[in-house]
Design a protein around this ligand. Structure first.
Ligand code: GLC
Ligand code: CA
Length: 533
C-alpha cells in the first residue's frame, strides 16, 4: 500500500453496535472481548477502522447514548483492561479504533447531573441548562425534544426547568461553562492517551443553544419537533471556536480524527463543518434519502462532490443504528442483487464510506413486537414505525444457536432468517454479498483512483444505469451499475470505447472482452468495474 495512505481518508470505517456484535460470556449482551474475538473477521472483510457505539457506563435509557461516566467502561461490556487489550489487538492488525463521544448530553445518572440537580447553589448547577419557569410555571420556551414532548423538564425540588434535546434522562450539558469545556477536553485526552485513534461526535452541532432562548419559527411537520425550524437550538455559531479547540487538541496527537454526526444534516451543512481547522469529517446522510433510482444517487453524489474542494473530505453512509437496514429499504425479500449494486456504489465514491455491522451480509430489520420493544423512540411513538430496534438485532455469525451471537439468551430477538443468513454461510459462497464487500474493499485498496480520483459521470440522466469514471493523474477507473433487473446497454464515447480496459470487478462475469461497437452490455443488476490498461 502506498505510504500516503491516511487511514480515515483512504480507509473504510466499520460501525460496531457493541450490544449486538458478539457476546463472550453468555449474558446475552455483546461485549469488548466479543469484539476482540472477531477482529480477524474484520481484517478478512478488509475494513480499516472500527467505530464503537458507546461502551461507557450507562443506564441504557437510550442504549449507551446516555453516558453516566465518560472515562470508564460499562461492566456489561467489560473493563478498561479489556478495552486496552482490544485497542492493542486492533492495532496489531492495523485496525484503528474510533470511540463514540456523546457530549451534547449526559445521563441523568451522571454524578455531574446528580450534583447539579441537588440544589441551586451546588457547584455543578451550571454544568447543565437550568432556567426559571415562565409565568404560570410554564416551560421557559417552546423548544421541543427530538424524542417527544417538550425539551424542558420541571424539577420540583429546585423549582427550575432543565433542558434536554433527547429523552428527559439525557440532560444537555452547558457548553458555555468553561469548566464543562475543560472536563470534556480531558475526556478526549483520556481516550487518546489510551491509544484511541478517533472520535465520532454524537450530535455535535447542537452543543450550543441560543443564549436568549429565542423561539424557533414554525413550519408544518409530522411530530412537534419537526414542526419547528431549528434556528435557535441547532447550529449556533458559538460552537465554531469549540470545534477549533477540539481540532487543535486532536492535532497535538499524530493521525487523530473526528467525524461529527451532523444533526438535521444537509450536504452544505456537513461540508461546512468538515473543513481544515474544524472537523476532519461530518456525516452527510443524503444517501439515506435516495430511493432505488440511479438519478437520485447521481444527483446526491454531484451535490456532495461540488461542496468539497481539495481541503474537505466527504463521508458516505448507507446505514447505521438509527435507520432501517439497507436491505429493508431496498431489497426484495431475501434477494441480495440490489445490495450488491449498492455495495459497489458505496465503495467507489470519493469520500470515506461507512459500513454498519451486518450490512455486509445483508441483515434485514427484525420485526419487534410492542412487548419486546426497547428503543425509547419506538416506544414513545408506537404504533408509528419510527423505532430503531429493528436495525439493532444481534449479528448473525453462524447457523448455530442464536446465530453464534451468544450461548445465553440474546437481549433482543434474532431475525427469522438467521439460520440461513450468516457470516459462515456467506464465507463459503463466493458469490455472496459478503464476498462482494470483500472484493470491493480489496479493490479500493489496490486502485488509488477509487479513493482519491475525481468523480466524472458518464450519463447525466440515468434511468436504470449509473456510470462514472474515477480518475486521477495515473489511473482511470470506470464504474457501471445496472439498477435494473433487465440487461442494459451503456454507450461509451469514441475515446473511451477505444481505450483498452481490464476487468477489475464484476458481480456477474469472470472475463471481459472489449465490445465490437462502442457499447457495453450489462447483465441485470450487474456492477462492473474496469480499469484502463
Ligand atoms: C445520535 C445517535 C442516536 C442517539 C442520539 C442521542 O443521533 O446516533 O442513536 O439516540 O444521538 O444521543
Ligand atoms: Ca456479554
Amino acid at each position: 500500500m502506498d505510504s500516503n495512505f491516511l487511514w480515515w481518508r483512504d480507509g473504510v470505517i466499520y460501525q460496531i453496535y457493541p450490544r449486538s456484535f458478539a457476546d463472550s460470556n453468555g449474558d446475552g449482551i455483546g461485549d469488548l472481548p466479543g469484539i476482540q474475538s472477531k477482529l480477524d473477521y474484520l481484517v478478512e472483510l478488509g475494513v480499516d477502522a472500527l467505530w464503537l457505539s458507546p461502551v461507557y457506563p450507562s443506564p441504557d435509557v437510550d442504549f449507551g447514548y446516555d453516558v453516566a461516566d465518560y472515562t470508564d467502561i460499562d461492566p456489561k461490556y467489560g473493563t478498561l483492561a479489556d478495552f486496552d487489550s482490544l485497542v492493542e489487538a486492533a492495532h496489531q492488525r492495523g485496525l484503528r479504533i474510533v470511540m463514540d463521544l456523546v457530549l451534547n448530553h449526559s445521563s441523568d445518572q451522571h454524578p455531574w447531573f446528580i450534583q447539579s440537580r441537588s440544589s441551586r447553589d451546588n457547584p455543578y448547577r451550571d454544568w447543565y441548562i437550568w432556567r426559571d419557569p415562565a409565568p404560570g410555571k410554564r416551560p421557559p420556551n417552546g423548544w421541543q425534544s427530538v424524542f417527544g414532548g417538550k425539551a424542558w423538564e420541571w424539577d420540583e425540588a429546585t423549582g427550575q426547568y432543565y433542558y434536554h434535546m433527547f429523552c428527559r434522562e439525557q440532560p444537555d450539558l452547558n457548553w458555555r461553562n468553561p469548566r464543562v469545556r475543560q472536563a470534556i477536553l480531558d475526556v478526549f485526552r483520556f481516550w487518546m492517551e489510551r491509544g484511541v485513534d478517533g472520535f465520532r461526535l454524537d450530535v455535535f452541532n447542537v452543543y450550543f443553544k441560543d443564549d436568549q432562548l429565542r423561539e424557533n419559527p414554525r413550519r408544518l411537520g409530522r411530530r412537534p419537533f419537526d414542526s419547528q425550524v431549528h434556528l435557535y437550538d441547532c447550529d449556533r455559531p458559538e460552537m465554531i471556536p469549540l470545534l477549533q479547540e477540539i481540532r487543535a487538541l486532536l492535532d497535538s496527537y499524530p493521525e487523530r480524527y473526528a467525524v461529527g454526526e451532523t444533526f438535521l444534516s444537509t450536504t452544505s451543512k456537513a461540508a461546512g463543518y468538515a473543513r481544515p481547522g474544524l472537523l476532519h469529517a461530518a456525516f452527510d446522510f443524503s444517501f439515506l434519502a435516495c430511493k432505488w433510482d440511479p438519478a437520485a444517487f447521481l444527483k446526491t453524489i454531484q451535490a456532495i462532490d461540488s461542496q468539497y474542494s481539495q481541503d474537505g473530505w466527504p463521508t458516505y453512509v448507507l446505514g447505521n443504528h438509527d435507520v432501517d437496514r439497507i436491505a429493508t429499504r431496498y431489497a426484495h425479500g431475501e434477494d441480495d442483487e440490489r445490495l450488491k449494486v449498492l455495495a459497489a456504489l458505496l465503495l467507489t465514491q470519493r469520500g470515506t464510506p461507512f459500513i454498519y455491522q451486518g450490512d455486509e451480509i445483508g441483515m434485514r430489520n427484525v420485526h419487534v413486537p410492542r412487548a419486546e420493544m426497547k428503543d425509547p423512540v419506538g416506544l414513545r411513538y408506537w404504533p408509528m414505525p419510527v423505532g430503531r430496534d429493528g436495525e439493532r438485532s444481534p449479528m448473525q455469525w453462524s447457523g448455530g444457536a442464536h446465530a453464534g451471537f451468544t450461548i445465553g439468551t440474546p437481549w433482543m430477538r434474532l431475525h427469522a432468517n438467521a439460520p440461513i443468513r450468516h457470516v459462515e454461510s456467506q464465507r463459503n459462497r463466493p458469490d455472496s454479498l459478503f464476498h462482494v464487500y470483500r472484493r470491493l474493499l480489496r479493490l479500493r485498496k489496490e486502485l488509488p483512483a477509487l479513493r482519491g480520483g475525481m468523480f466524472l459521470p458518464l450519463n447525466y440522466e440515468p434511468r436504470s444505469l449509473l456510470a462514472y469514471l474515477r480518475k486521477d493523474e495515473g489511473q482511470t477507473v470506470l464504474v457501471a451499475l445496472n439498477f435494473s433487473r433487465r440487461r442494459n446497454r451503456l454507450v461509451l464515447g469514441g475515446g473511451l470505447a477505444r481505450s483498452g480496459w481490464r476487468l477489475a470487478y464484476s458481480s456477474k462475469r469472470a472475463e471481459y472482452t472489449a465490445p465490437r461497437d462502442s457499447s457495453l452490455l450489462l447483465e441485470p443488476y450487474e456492477a462492473l468495474i474496469l480499469v484502463q490498461q
